[in-house]
Ligand binder design. Structure first.
Ligand SMILES: *Cc1c(COP(=O)(O)O)cnc(C)c1O
Length: 422
């Protein structure tokens, strides 16, 4: 698409946008002046679907009218409430129906997956992660290493960009895996780095990881609902994600988890069991021996947080309607427009560190503010932009294709221009 740096172009593009009507299905927060804020923070907390309240109220109604019978009666019985969510998320991440489950929260699921898939042996006990991984992932892998009596200083290998570069080169990632793969028990990388916005080549990493005998898992907190994913076809071992970022399920919303079907029937895997992972037909016989469901659901522990799942259900219905293909098509054009407008500023005070190639990023650009304190970020926030700041010097801007439009992006860059004094 040929972009123009005019408000008219942004407006025209919005009127032709096939997903334009979806904006109205979400609530936008207000700025202090009472006007709609320019919300570009869906990578941190997605906006509330207007339908979320109805779905939550439906659960409250069933509980009110049916009490415990709500587990098996009503339009959406509590005991099976998660099943449709798993199916819908499977379409979003490219998994088979039995490979995806909605349960718990993200870091909890990451730990549960490492219980099963981090299986250190004498010579092969290390974990590979990216150096600037999200802190919770760092804490999780380090604490797993320590739990197995390894010292993270020795047992954690961190991928670092070349000096003077901000993002990792695929060739460097693969070379490290080829060189040191025999030491690595688990490769666990954030599929899209929260800080730089870089999306990694998960297919190649999985392929080379497997050639070297490693387990391969991804944290898709920033990837699910944002990137074009084919977890099953790529043969990824496991993946975990939260749904409150691009999937709009509300603060602390339920997490998603993918377990490759290759592992479903394995009896040699450790897992932390709970009654909700027990085979459904015999779950309520309350037998003392655990018989896991043969599927990702076999990793469930507790009965479901249905009220929280209701908000996710509201959002996933919208994803079903739109489909990932249309969503990603718009996302690439929209993020491309943001990049175009920022480059048009020709400012040497800011620099985009997110990769330029469309398949190496999602709906986020990370803007480094050269020699900055937080003042530029504060100034744009004061003018009604909701984005976020990541220490030491990055503003993250995420135009979410489900509800953001070209005019949002245009207005944001206007404000950025004013505050840069251009
Ligand atoms: C958002 C995010 C988390 C947050 O974890 P919770 O358990 O949901 O609090 C963890 N890891 C990554 C990579 C994230 O982006």
């Amino acid at each position: 698409m040929k972009y123009l740096n005019t408000e008219e172009f942004a407006h025209q593009t919005d009127t032709r946008d096939p997903l334009g009507a979806y904006r109205d299905k979400f609530y936008f927060p207000e700025h202090t002046d009472g006007k709609e804020a320019i919300y570009l923070c869906g990578n941190s907390l997605g906006l509330q679907p207007k339908s979320a309240k109805l779905y939550i109220e439906a659960v409250l109604d069933d509980w009110r009218h049916l009490g415990v019978k709500g587990h098996f009666e009503g339009d959406n019985p509590f005991a099976t409430y998660h099943e449709a969510l798993g199916e819908q998320m499977a379409r979003i991440v490219g998994g088979r129906k039995k490979e995806v489950v909605a349960m718990n929260s993200l870091t909890v699921n990451l730990h549960l997956m490492m219980v099963s898939f981090y299986r250190p042996e004498k010579e092969r006990y290390k974990i590979l992660i990216e150096k600037n991984a999200f802190p919770s992932d760092q804490y999780a892998v380090k604490s797993q290493l320590e739990f197995h009596d390894y010292d993270p200083k020795d047992a954690l290998i961190e991928l670092e960009p070349r000096s003077g570069e901000d993002t990792l080169r695929t060739e460097d990632i693969l070379e490290l895996i080829r060189n040191r793969g025999a030491e690595i028990a688990l490769i666990m990388i954030g599929g899209l780095n929260y800080y730089t916005g870089q999306a990694y080549d998960m297919q190649k990493i999985t392929q080379v990881g497997h050639e070297m005998g490693c387990m391969v898992g991804f944290d898709l907190a920033h990837g699910a609902g944002n990137l074009d994913l084919s977890l099953h076809d790529w043969d990824v071992d496991f993946a975990v994600w939260c749904t409150y970022k691009y999937m709009n399920s509300g603060p602390g919303g339920i997490s998603g988890c993918f377990v490759n079907e290759r592992h479903h029937k394995r009896k040699d895997l450790d897992r932390f069991a709970g009654w909700w992972g027990h085979e459904k037909a015999t779950r309520f016989l309350m037998d003392e021996n655990f018989v896991p469901i043969q599927g990702a659901e076999g990793w469930q522990m507790s009965n479901e947080t249905v009220l929280s799942m209701a908000a996710l259900k509201a959002s996933l219905e919208i994803f079903e309607e739109v489909g990932m293909t249309a969503l990603i098509e718009k996302s690439r054009i929209l993020t491309g427009y943001l990049e175009f407008l920022i480059e048009e500023l020709r400012s040497d005070r800011i620099q985009i560190i997110t990769p330029k190639q469309a398949d190496a990023r999602g709906a986020q650009l990370s803007i480094r503010v050269i020699n900055s304190d937080k003042s530029l970020f504060r100034a744009i926030s004061h003018k009604g932009v909701i984005a976020d700041w990541r220490e030491p010097d990055v503003i993250r801007i995420a135009p979410a294709p489900l509800y953001n439009n070209f005019s949002d992006v245009f207005r944001f860059v206007q404000i950025l221009r004013e505050e840069l004094g251009i």
